[in-house]
Write a protein that binds this ligand. Structure first.
Ligand SMILES: *[C@@H]1O[C@H](CO)[C@@H](O)[C@H](O)[C@H]1NC(C)=O
Ligand SMILES: *[C@@H]1O[C@H](CO)[C@@H](O)[C@H](O)[C@H]1NC(C)=O
Ligand SMILES: *[C@@H]1O[C@H](CO)[C@@H](O)[C@H](O)[C@H]1NC(C)=O
Ligand SMILES: *[C@@H]1O[C@H](CO)[C@@H](O)[C@H](O)[C@H]1NC(C)=O
Ligand SMILES: *[C@@H]1O[C@H](CO)[C@@H](O)[C@H](O)[C@H]1NC(C)=O
Ligand SMILES: *[C@@H]1O[C@H](CO)[C@@H](O)[C@H](O)[C@H]1NC(C)=O
Ligand SMILES: *[C@@H]1O[C@H](CO)[C@@H](O)[C@H](O)[C@H]1NC(C)=O
Ligand SMILES: *[C@@H]1O[C@H](CO)[C@@H](O)[C@H](O)[C@H]1NC(C)=O
Ligand SMILES: *[C@@H]1O[C@H](CO)[C@@H](O)[C@H](O)[C@H]1NC(C)=O
Length: 656
């Protein structure tokens, strides 16, 4: 390059950076999140995109569904009131979705007639559905029969009969051949709750995955896959296909005789319960065998779809270290091939086939490029993908923080910066080279306000091999806690972080870790905690994943009383000096709300500055009211500003 031109370019680039303003909190919460992508199974010229929007005037989130033409030129609104809970389905001319405020009514949009039909189908919430060429199948809780309903109301006025009140599901079929006279029939009853339903290409079988009626992971027996033979009209009894210690999700048919599924981190397909990373399997109806795909991959499988209707095998999204990249596998015995694409994180990949030509659509982002939807018609030319959306362009016009170790705007690779350690939850999750902006993924906002943000992938994080994941066992807070402090020490040793300006925070499992760490060191001037447990007995007894607590701690409270105590912050609270800000959803069962009250009371008794904010009506996901999200981040920023820069008790710097 010509030298003078280079200098000019440098000046121009720096000048334009100076012109770019910093992101404001309001802008941060204007980020558009893409919540689902859907393509028709064959011959699609458009893609269905669901986005989340915060409606400040009404204290609600809206989920909008738009049909975008693949060339990005036209955009048709189907609804502003889609449900966030169920991904829409698309088969032939029909797109089916639930609305956010009428969960017992199914909406069918005909792409041929460009018209929506609403079918009020049930008195219970519909929580799974699927389409075949001629039918719609859906699952709801088995309705009360008239007599029991009456008896229940008369005898148990507003009483909650915990467990007894729970009912299993009924699966229904609706004939779509005559939309004006649609008929509903009961297909089957099951004592569990149906999570996903999928109908085979030939319309002969239905497979579905299940969960417990309470939606609490207590016994892995409640989590399996079943099938229904739709050609047998005499007696429809669901057949159990799997019987293992694992949670099957993302069911998709591969061909008429086999389907695929991924598993979450919890448990094992074979043998004893032991957590591993996300994996991909297929089930073969011909012999009942289960095969693992991508079995050489050491990271975590996140998503997949068929490539050219399965004729070219599968397209797979795998997380390794801090990236989620695209892979293909022609058949389960062939090797996994990494495709050349952009650095960063691919998500929600969907494919279809137009005249034997693949259409591949996905979300992509990296720490400096906000998320958008892209599509490409050749898997070997991923980096030529075209964007379909441009929802987050504002973020490209702002002076953003930079790096995986996130530096404040204009401070990239500078030294001696105030450090915020922001820990990810899960624990089976990882901080990635990705662009997220919400109340949970708030690193960009914290860095914009001057904090160098470290998001450590401590032991237990996914994407680093199964052994790394196993590190959480029996030392559920102490081992990851040591890893995190090791990272802080390194940043101080290298002169990057200012040892006198350290803060820490996290929500959920990261809250457990933060609670623990402030009992282990007083080096943090401020802590921002959300929904973190400080003991494990009530947490095990009242949360929705007790199986995991028992696994992490090696048994139930009465079997491992010492370990339940050793790994609990509450017994060491007297060592805390760090002013601590706490938030929790008022009806959280992911981490029982009692844990936050316990933390606040302990700190108050000990005279440590503390503040607890409870968001009424919110569960663990804080997804009911956008104001709660904004208030969380706003108040945490204030807390960091107030306490983060002033050392608590002797400023001890390096030592733990
Ligand atoms: C949020 O985004 C919308 C649409 O892109 C825009 O009209 C509005 O001004 C933005 N608000 C803020 C606070 O940036
Ligand atoms: C509920 O959803 C329907 C469309 O499904 C919409 O017309 C209506 O405005 C929504 N009501 C509220 C209160 O959001
Ligand atoms: C809902 O309940 C009402 C009254 O109990 C009943 O008349 C109606 O048929 C039910 N609807 C469905 C779809 O089950
Ligand atoms: C319950 O069913 C009986 C007949 O089976 C009917 O007479 C009665 O009206 C029903 N009650 C309600 C509340 O729907
Ligand atoms: C399912 O249960 C309902 C009552 O809850 C009953 O009317 C129906 O016959 C059952 N159907 C099958 C297929 O078992
Ligand atoms: C359903 O439609 C698709 C494409 O329109 C076709 O390939 C498939 O064979 C049909 N299935 C049945 C059972 O008719
Ligand atoms: C499934 O079977 C249907 C009908 O027999 C056939 O048209 C279709 O091509 C088959 N699909 C696959 C993926 O084998
Ligand atoms: C992508 O990542 C690789 C490996 O981390 C790195 O060497 C390369 O410079 C990155 N490319 C871009 C464009 O950032
Ligand atoms: C698609 O591929 C099949 C088999 O390879 C071939 O028979 C068919 O003609 C192709 N169709 C088009 C539209 O290219």
């Amino acid at each position: 390059m010509n030298y003078a031109f280079g200098v000019l370019l440098l000046i121009w680039t720096n000048y334009s950076l100076l012109l770019m303003s910093k992101l404001t909190l309001d802008e941060f919460f204007n980020y558009t999140e893409f919540t689902s992508l859907t393509l028709a199974p064959s011959n699609s010229q458009s893609i269905l995109i669901q986005t989340r929007h915060r409606i400040w005037d009404h204290n609600i989130n809206e989920y909008h569904l738009h049909l975008y033409s693949l060339d990005g030129k036209t955009k048709t609104l189907l609804t502003r009131h889609a449900s966030s809970l169920l991904r829409p389905r698309w088969q032939g001319e029909w797109i089916v979705y639930l609305s956010g405020n009428q969960s017992n009514t199914i909406h069918l949009y005909s792409t041929r007639m460009e018209q929506t039909f609403s079918l009020p189908l049930s008195n219970e919430s519909i929580h799974a559905f699927t389409l075949s060429n001629t039918s719609l199948y859906f699952a709801t809780r088995t309705p009360w029969t008239n007599e029991t309903d009456k008896a229940y109301k008369d005898e148990w006025n507003d009483v909650i009969e915990y467990r007894d009140k729970e009912r299993g599901d009924t699966i229904y079929r609706v004939n779509l051949e005559d939309i004006n006279r649609f008929q509903i029939e009961i297909l089957a009853n099951i004592s569990l709750r149906v999570v996903e339903l999928v109908c085979s290409f030939d319309g002969r079988r239905l497979v579905f995955s299940t969960e417990s009626t309470l939606q609490h992971i207590e016994s892995m027996d409640d989590y399996d896959v079943y099938s229904i033979d739709l050609t047998d009209h005499s007696s429809i009894v669901p057949r159990r296909l799997t019987n293992n210690q694992r949670i099957e999700r993302n069911l998709k048919w591969f061909n008429n005789e086999s389907f695929l599924f991924t598993v979450t981190n919890e448990g094992s397909i074979n043998g004893e319960y032991r957590d591993t990373q996300g994996r991909l399997y297929s089930y073969d109806f011909l012999n009942g065998n289960i095969h693992r795909w991508a079995d050489q991959f050491t990271g975590s499988i996140r998503a997949y779809d068929l490539l050219e209707n399965g004729q070219q095998g599968l397209i797979i999204l795998g997380q390794l270290n801090t990236e989620i990249q695209v892979y293909t596998q022609q058949s389960k015995s062939r090797p996994l091939v990494k495709k050349i694409g952009w650095n960063g994180t691919y998500e929600s990949i969907v494919t279809t086939c137009n005249d034997n030509k693949s259409i591949i659509a996905f979300l992509h982002s990296s720490f400096d490029v906000p998320q958008e939807v892209y599509f490409v018609d050749n898997i070997d030319q991923l980096n030529l993908a075209q964007s379909i959306t441009n929802e987050n362009k504002l973020f490209k016009e702002r002076n953003l923080p930079k790096g995986i170790l996130l530096y404040p705007p204009d401070k990239f690779e500078q030294k001696n910066l105030p450090l915020l350690v922001l820990i990810h939850g899960g624990p089976y999750f990882a901080d990635l080279n990705v662009f997220y902006a919400d109340w949970y993924f708030c690193a960009i906002m914290m860095a914009t306000e001057g904090w160098l943000v470290l998001q450590p992938n401590y032991r237990d994080s996914s994407g680093y091999g199964d052994e790394f994941l196993y590190g959480v066992r029996l030392k559920m807070v102490s081992r990851p806690g040591k890893d995190i402090l090791f990272g802080v020490d390194a940043l101080i040793r290298d002169g990057i972080a200012d040892p006198r300006q350290l803060a820490i925070g996290g929500y959920s499992y990261d809250g457990y870790l933060t609670n623990w760490l402030i009992t282990q060191t007083t080096r943090f001037n401020a802590a921002i905690i959300g929904a973190g447990a400080i003991e494990h007995v009530i947490d095990w007894g009242a949360n929705d994943m007790p199986k995991s607590n028992a696994y992490f701690l090696g048994g139930y409270p009465w079997q491992m009383p010492t370990r339940y105590q050793e790994e609990a912050a509450v017994f060491e609270m007297n060592k805390v000096k760090t002013p601590t800000h706490i938030v929790t959803g008022g009806i959280d069962v992911g981490v029982p709300v009692a844990e936050s009250y316990l933390l606040e009371r302990s700190l108050r008794v000990l005279g440590i500055p503390t503040k607890l904010i409870v968001f009424p009506g919110q569960g663990h996901e804080l997804n009911n009211n956008p104001w709660h999200e904004k208030i969380k981040v706003r108040e945490e920023l204030k807390w960091l500003q107030k306490y983060g820069h002033i050392c608590v008790s002797p400023c001890e710097g390096y030592l733990v």
